[in-house]
Design a protein around this ligand. Sequence first.
Ligand SMILES: Nc1ncnc2c1ncn2[C@@H]1O[C@H](COP(=O)(O)OP(=O)(O)OP(=O)(O)O)[C@@H](O)[C@H]1O
Ligand SMILES: [Mg+2]
Length: 365
Amino acid sequence: MSSVLYQKVVKSFGALNVLRSLDLAVPDHKFLALLGPSGCGKTTALRILAGLDMPSAGKVFIGERDVTRLQPRDRDIAMVFQSYALYPQMTVAENIGYPLWIRGTPDAGRKAKIGEVAAILEIGHLLDRRPRQLSGGQRQRVALARAIVRDPAAFLMDEPLSNLDARLRLTMRGEIKRLCQRLSATTIYVTHDQVEALTMADFVAVMHGGELQQMAPPIEIYDRPANRFVATFVGNPPMNILPAALSEKGVIVAGKVVPLDAARLAACRAASVAEIGLRPEDCSAAAADTPDALQGEIYVVEPMGNETLVNVRLEGGNVSVRAGREFRGVVGESIGVAFDPANACFFNSAGLTAVHRVNNNGRVT
Ligand SMILES: Nc1ncnc2c1ncn2[C@@H]1O[C@H](COP(=O)(O)OP(=O)(O)OP(=O)(O)O)[C@@H](O)[C@H]1O
Ligand SMILES: [Mg+2]
């Protein structure tokens, strides 16, 4: 296994700039999720690493090796595509063994290795079938088996779960995570599903418009988003964003002054804060006339079984609140929204996070 490095990688298709100087380093043995909305350049970034596309500028390294100009077969990586790309005329065993056959691995060694990876992925009983005789989840396992059958320097996976139904996706999410931990494999996993990224990865790289927004461990992406885009792309329901102004004592949100301690207020002032960000779980439903709560009106109530999502219309915009399962408010009712400003983050007018939530040490950052 090896580390992976993108160095100032640019990719344009004619006038369309798809990657605008991508710098990204994936440490050896780590699982990186490349997360971003449709069209942000995720697949393009993977294809450049795999050698299926050439960058317009910049370099890619696998381990110490500059592989930018190498043929795909000389890069020692394995890629799992969304479509699985199995050979329909071959059996499962032949599909899995194909990368070894190409390399001239003798029959006996190949057979043993096929058996070994088929056992890991629990598809040993399917080896004589053709891909058309398999379910989506079984095909997906075969594609994974084919990727791990030779020990590549890195695994690249492009939305490998997107063709599966919701239930199977959930199961395979855990299975792939286990598999990658067991193999201790350097992995780049492309997804537009923020839950997949957070649950599976050691690091999440969030992309938008061909640019890397932030790369960090999942919890940091969630708790300390670099900007408004990351803050709202990760989390479901997304972080609430409201216009914010400063007063002598605190921040003015939805027509109400919420007191801030002196250090936080000074940090907000220095940064010319324009908006406040609040996660739904950091907001709570309060009685309509609660003194320090924002005042609003219930817009939608969504019982989820274990909790209730309440959407509240405030001056300045709507917010989502995670309330308990016992929540009994009805649409149109007046309601208070309470929050601890220590859990809020603040954005400047450029959309960058100027003041983060207070961390565990009580340090203002
Ligand atoms: N061969 C190509 N020629 C021209 N434009 C392309 C080509 N490949 C990709 N693009 C464009 O580049 C942009 C990024 O595409 P890419 O496939 O990398 O996005 P993505 O992040 O993988 O999106 P998705 O989540 O939908 O798969 C898109 O606007 C796409 O239309
Ligand atoms: Mg894609």
